[in-house]
Design a protein around this ligand. Structure first.
Ligand code: HSE
Length: 403
């Protein structure tokens, strides 16, 4: 019998108990062993829950119980989630988590401690919720060198952007609607400012390139400045706007960034709508492969947590190789100012100098919308884009990168 302790009985924690109970027979038949939830750690009591009798409040009970071999951490936040995970690994217990903040911040150290103690630290649920993405990159794409990863990694912002596109509404109105419906959290800052996506893209970049970048050192731009007008003008050029976590290798340098991007109608990410997530990977041998599904939610995320639990128990069958990352230093990072891509510019005012500054640097027609002029540029670096825009007397209203 395998004994499991669940840390945090919130949405994902209770979902994990539900998946393990609902699909108990199926999982045990596959593994040939029984699974038992021995403890649930939470500050609260849950007298009405069928799992209420398992609730304890002292983590040391779990730590000192040698029968517990797997700890499933779903507390959220950095502390004490990190501290408990570290202590569990040092006590030679496997740890699975949905906590992207802990993985993105302390992944290098926790993987190292896991390796030293011959146990596993696993986090399939930390990116893309229920979408299998960590294990496929680690195992199934192991024969490939990954050229780039582009992902819609945050359900809340994708819901907001989808509504803005379909209703022509502005950001703040749709955010208020989303909060009312319970899709966006009361404090949605980490989602709308791009930090949640930043944590997820650095995890995907570490899986792809072996180095964990610091999410606070990468370029991160959220969706708060996107307007209904950006959407309507982008659609005239054949694009939608999505919040994209993007990572690419340039030789031994890694670029990771988060920003709203224009996605053309023929790109597979164009049709990832509402709270869904999509991750498009360009691998050198395979070419493009896309992963799509529910990026958040109780049972989808719990399904990923339980897949890690199954992997640990059935290590012989799945035998994932032990992960080892190093911390990326500044010299591992590609220079963001040199990052080149096509862009949509919208200017307000004097059109003639916009035309002359960007003549020879655009790929389509200038389109006029009242006083405004919009066009798609050819590839320009961050530096070139900014200096050309500042050479125009017209006011730059919007500059959105194309994917
Ligand atoms: N706030 C996150 C989202 C939850 O909206 O995608 C899943 O990580």
């Amino acid at each position: 019998m395998v004994n499991i302790a669940i840390l945090g009985f919130g949405v994902v924690g209770s979902g994990t108990a539900e998946v393990l109970t609902e699909n108990k027979k199926l999982i045990e038949a596959k593994l040939g062993t029984s699974i038992n939830i021995k403890y649930i750690l939470d500050l609260r009591e849950f007298p009405d829950s069928p799992f209420g009798h398992l609730v304890i409040h002292d983590f040391n009970t779990i730590l000192q119980d040698e029968e517990v071999s797997i700890v499933a951490e779903m507390m959220g936040g950095a502390h004490p989630a990190y501290d408990f995970s570290k202590a569990a690994l040092e006590a030679k217990k496997n740890v699975v988590t949905s906590n992207k903040e802990v993985v993105a911040t302390f992944g290098v150290e926790l993987l190292e401690i896991a390796k030293k103690n011959n146990v596993r630290y696993m986090f399939e649920a930390s990116v893309g919720g229920g979408i299998p993405i960590i294990r496929p990159i680690q195992n199934d794409l192991a024969s490939n060198s990954i050229k780039s990863v582009s992902g819609i990694l945050n359900g809340t912002t994708n819901y907001i952007l989808t509504k803005m596109a379909s209703e022509g509404a502005d950001f703040s109105d749709v955010l208020a609607q989303a909060q009312k419906k319970g899709y966006a959290e009361a404090n949605p800052t980490a989602d709308i400012e791009g930090l949640d996506t930043a944590r997820k893209i650095v995890i995907l970049a570490a899986l792809s390139y072996g180095k964990l970048l610091n999410p606070s050192h990468i370029y991160v731009e959220g969706i708060t400045k996107i307007t209904g007008e950006d959407f309507s003008i982008a659609s005239k050029f054949g694009y939608s706007i999505k919040l994209i976590g993007y990572s690419k290798s340039f030789g031994d340098k890694i670029l990771a960034m988060v920003s709203p991007r224009l996605v053309r109608f023929d790109n597979p990410l164009h049709n990832i709508n509402d709270v869904f997530n999509g991750i498009l990977i360009d691998a050198d041998m395979l070419g493009e492969v896309m992963f799509y599904g529910r990026g958040a939610g109780k049972l989808p995320t719990a399904s990923s947590v339980v897949s890690d639990i199954i992997d640990i128990i059935d290590a012989k069958k799945y035998n994932s190789k032990a992960l080892g990352w190093t911390s990326a230093s500044d010299s591992d990072m590609a220079d963001f100012e040199k990052y080149s891509c096509r862009r949509m510019f919208i200017f307000d005012g004097n059109k003639s100098d916009v035309v002359s500054v960007f003549e020879g640097h655009r790929t389509g027609e200038f389109k006029e919308f009242g006083n405004k002029v919009a066009f798609i540029s050819d590839e320009l670096s961050e530096f070139e884009a900014k200096s050309k825009a500042s050479a125009c007397s017209a006011k730059l209203v919007s500059m959105l990168r194309l994917l």
